[in-house]
Write a protein that binds this ligand. Structure first.
Ligand code: ATP
Ligand code: MG
Ligand code: FE
Length: 352
């Protein structure tokens, strides 16, 4: 089975071809990503109008390139999938409309994928991971702990009440003059800093519900930075190290709390999975590796190009849906907001 996947929900335009062999084992035939980071860097974040224009300019070319790299034609596909939300509405409409047009002209199935479902099913693209498992999805736009019970069957155990984790990294980087995107810059600074110098808060630590709050921590970094005049490179490194250490403590504590409540909603997890751009952070990975070991679980972390936004995760989620017969018609709408646990269908027994 083969699916072409298109991703345009944020600041990456991406297209990919994923196929499965007779045994159902997946292969990524191509995965073409064009990041708009340079176009948005001057503004310190993603500008929706710039993003939409950039998507419309390159999406056709990326689809052509993904097919070419795969050595296949549109006619060879079984389905065309696109992320239909959540995300910036202009971008989402461009990707979804492109997928509709391709599916219509080639007479292929259309699959409208929830972008978060793409992240949620990624571990199954790289190795055999059975349902249910606990997913920590942490990116610039999302921070969620999700019990993944099956395709289309998700229970949210926790989320952020304010900033996403990646967003907090980006804002801290911006206030310290490190540039955008902030995550990698803060991590690099933290490597040479003293994590014990600043006693920063660990919001939500010990709370019984697995929710996050990051804005108080971010503000605490700002207040410390404002007290130090002039702010020297040493101070910036120490602030980054102290901030990152606080984030790791919060992430491990919140994920442990979600693991405790997991069995009530979904039975016993087969793995702990981390995805989203923040999963690139080595300190966070180490914290989660410790937690997984302490809980007798394995940690599955997709390779970095599959952690951040790309077309292969959309193609794969599309293929998982297609092989269960979950297809969409041409009237399906783009959804700027689309919580994963409000999936339009729940597939009873879809545990394959
Ligand atoms: P969405 O939330 O819709 O998936 P996004 O573009 O924000 O969109 P990603 O591309 O998955 O999500 O991730 C980007 C985010 O990950 C940014 O906020 C970035 O700062 C953060 N990030 C990347 N590398 C690191 C790192 N090493 N440490 C911490 N955060 C990081
Ligand atoms: Mg991105
Ligand atoms: Fe994403």
């Amino acid at each position: 089975m083969r699916v072409l996947g298109i991703e345009t929900t944020c600041d990456e335009t991406a297209a990919a071809v994923v196929e499965t062999d007779e045994t159902g084992r997946p292969f990524i035939r191509s995965n073409e990503v064009l990041s708009q980071i340079a176009a948005h860097a001057a503004y310190g974040g993603v500008v929706p109008e710039i993003a939409a224009r950039a998507h419309v300019e390159v999406v056709d070319r990326l689809v052509a390139r993904a097919l070419e790299q795969a050595g296949l034609k549109l006619a060879d596909m079984d389905g065309v999938a696109a992320a239909a939300g959540p995300g910036l509405i202009g971008g989402v409409m461009i990707g979804l409309t492109t997928a509709k047009a391709l599916a219509l002209v080639a007479g292929k199935s259309l699959i409208a994928v929830n972008h978060l479902e793409g992240h949620a099913l990624t571990p199954r693209l790289i190795e055999q991971v059975n349902f249910p498992y606990l997913l920590l999805l942490a990116s610039g736009g999302h921070t969620q702990l999700i019990a993944v019970r099956g395709v289309g069957d998700y229970v949210r155990l926790g989320t952020t009440v304010d900033d996403a984790i990646g967003e907090a990294f980006d804002k801290v980087a911006k206030m310290l003059g490190l540039g955008y995107p902030g995550g990698p810059k803060v991590e690099a600074e933290a490597a040479g800093g003293d994590a014990l110098r600043f006693a920063l808060p660990r919001p939500m630590l010990g709370r019984p519900v697995a929710d996050f709050s990051l804005s108080g921590l971010k503000t605490a970094v700002r207040l410390e930075a404002e007290r130090i005049v002039p702010l020297r490179p040493r101070d910036v490194a120490d602030l980054c190290a102290s901030f990152q250490a606080a984030v790791v403590d919060v992430v491990v504590d919140r994920t442990r709390t979600a693991l405790r409540s997991f069995h009530e909603k979904a039975g016993y997890p087969t793995a702990l999975v981390v995805a989203g751009g923040v999963a690139a952070n080595q300190a966070i990975r180490r914290g989660l590796t410790r937690l997984a070991a302490e809980s007798g679980l394995r940690l599955v972390a997709p390779p970095l190009p599959l952690c951040t936004d790309n077309g292969a995760i959309i193609a794969w989620a599309g293929l998982e849906r297609l092989r269960l017969g979950l297809v969409d018609d041409l009237t399906v709408a783009a959804r700027p907001r689309w919580p994963l646990d409000q999936s339009r269908d729940t597939v009873a027994g879809a545990k394959a």
